[in-house]
Design a protein around this ligand. Structure first.
Ligand code: FES
Length: 120
């Protein structure tokens, strides 16, 4: 069974390929975010309490905070440095001080594998 959430927003179509396994779902607790490294990128991958997966760039656009070391509040990733917030699924800013969004990535679950689509 496959569950999929497209990070770019609800109107985006699922992508055909380029998905890479970044974590085991059974090792990630709901309501948390984590740092994963894939294809030369550092990403923040999270699982909401509602069971939805999302992934955004790991570096806060305000001053380089590591988002994957922050907190997940509903769908908001809180930067551990100054409390800026980003949407886990779209990367848009939800709370200052950052003003620029981060990139979001399509995510999906394949069995116990959390997969993120990374550009080729
Ligand atoms: S570095 Fe993230 S809010 Fe300042």
């Amino acid at each position: 069974m496959t569950a999929e959430r497209v990070g770019a927003g609800p109107t985006s179509a699922p992508a055909a390929g380029g998905f890479v396994t970044v974590a085991r779902a059974s090792e990630i607790a709901p309501g948390t975010v984590h740092v994963v490294e894939v294809a030369g990128r550092s990403l923040c991958v999270g699982l909401t309490e509602d069971g939805e997966w999302g992934a955004i760039d790991n570096v806060c656009t305000h001053d380089g905070g590591v988002l994957g070391e922050g907190e997940l509040d509903d769908e908001a990733v809180e930067c551990p440095r100054h409390g800026g917030r980003f949407d886990l699924f779209s990367g848009r800013v939800l709370a200052l001080p950052p003003v620029m969004p981060v990139k979001a990535y399509a995510t999906r679950l394949e069995g116990d594998e959390v997969q993120v689509e990374v550009p080729g």
